[in-house]
Design a protein around this ligand. Sequence first.
Ligand code: NAD
Length: 516
Amino acid sequence: MPANVPVFKNYVNGEWVPARSGRLFENRNPADITDCIGRFADSDERDVKDAVDAAAEAYKSWRLVPAPARGEILYRLGQILKERKEEYSRAMTREMGKVLKETRGDVQEAIDMAFLMGGEGRRLHGQTTHSELPNKFAMSVRQPIGVCGFITPWNFPMAIPAWKTTAALVCGDTVVIKPATDTPHSVLNFAQALEDAGLPKGVFNVVTGGGAKAGMPLIKDRRVKVISFTGSTAVGRTINEACAPDFKHVHLEMGGKNPIIVMDDANLELAVDGAIWGAFGTSGQRCTASSRLLVHKKIAKKFTTLLGERAGALRVGSGLDEKVEMGPSINESQLDTVLDYISIGRAEGAKLAAGGRRLTGKPYDKGWFVQPTVFGDGHRKMRIATEEIFGPVTVVVPISSLEEGIEIANETDYGLSGAIFTQDVNKAFVAMRDVVAGIFYVNLPTIGAETHLPFGGCKKTGNGHREAGLAALDVFSEWKSVYVDYSGTIQKAQIDVPDLPARAAAKKDSTRKREG
Ligand code: NAD
């Protein structure tokens, strides 16, 4: 290990502190594993306890800071991230491999969230409404919940922490985050930006380390009131179960197997363009990746040929090279998973139209590179067409009608994102209505969400909550309904009926009828 490899610390109570054990883990560039980004705190339950202590103490005052003032800090955060966008994007590409254009998008998402939630500081609207009783006032207000624990994945290392953090902070909650071990640096950069924006000590804390050793103690700490997790469905289930005994609020964003339906009337070039971006953006390592292409049988062959040609021509390499279009897989184990699925696809009888191999030789030898891979002649029941691969592999499954496309789209366990390419507005609306997904695109691939709309999925992708948009506020706040009675009497809702003029007239009328 070269002596000049930097050592990074946890961020707890506004201080940079080592893990109590003194242990460290390494983080290496997936495009060149001889490049060590740094050594990071390998935390355990003692470090998590310190961070939750800090967040619980800070909550006492942060919840009372007026929301517009909380929002102003988020504005400053947005401004700082804007100034450091290039620096943080480069650090992110080095740490996790996606190309610079995309890491700039990742930091931009954090900037957009900072401004979106900064503005929410002056809204955080509740409802004021009318009481059913006179001289009584009724309203509902959002209240913070307390300490929130975040467990995040590596594929959007600043955007996803920012989705959660900005919403929680504007609501008045405090945060402890445990990022993925493949991308701690981006989250520490985010912490630095929050510190520089003037966030009080203890409001935001980062504890780096593994899932079982540092993630689980965070989930199990009874002082943590909300767990917000983004990652695989298998880990999400474990976390859901761990949160159940305390009835902890739990927000889960998990895997996907996202379909694009391509109808025979589609603009073919546009659909191929969309499939390239949807399947190979972030090397296919997006929860929203377009990993199933349900293409009308009349155009399936032509579509597969064009897609194969385009995929084969993609420039693969280090994301730090501006000319490169697709980076590496995140680590060796993910590369092995991708190669396994390619073997499975071959064995299942799908036909390779592009790729299918690990890239070797210069400049690939030091990284985890695999060719962009397209399978044609897929079948709806194949494992490559139903299981999340999380790599640059997509499969064309021919369909004979829109109805069949929708049926296949809906038959996996996941329900994150869906798309259709068609020129027929009627087909577009039917698919929009009937594909079971949290996000749907017409004439776009399954990726590319905007921060001011809710993001999340159905079935085994999510548990009914949403990130981003105003929906995110529901995860991080609790509704309180408030009644103020200024009648001077104890009025009983549903029991006391106010004597209104119209009711009095109707009563008089019915008495007259009875008597007369
Ligand atoms: P992962 O589930 O392996 O890890 C996610 C996080 O959970 C990491 O921080 C990890 O350290 C932690 N973790 C793992 N085991 C744990 C345990 N037992 N207790 C507590 N924490 C634990 O996922 P990943 O490989 O980092 O990310 C890829 C997955 O994330 C894919 O399935 C992808 O679809 C999903 N994802 C979903 C969304 C979404 O919004 N739906 C977004 C991005 C990624």
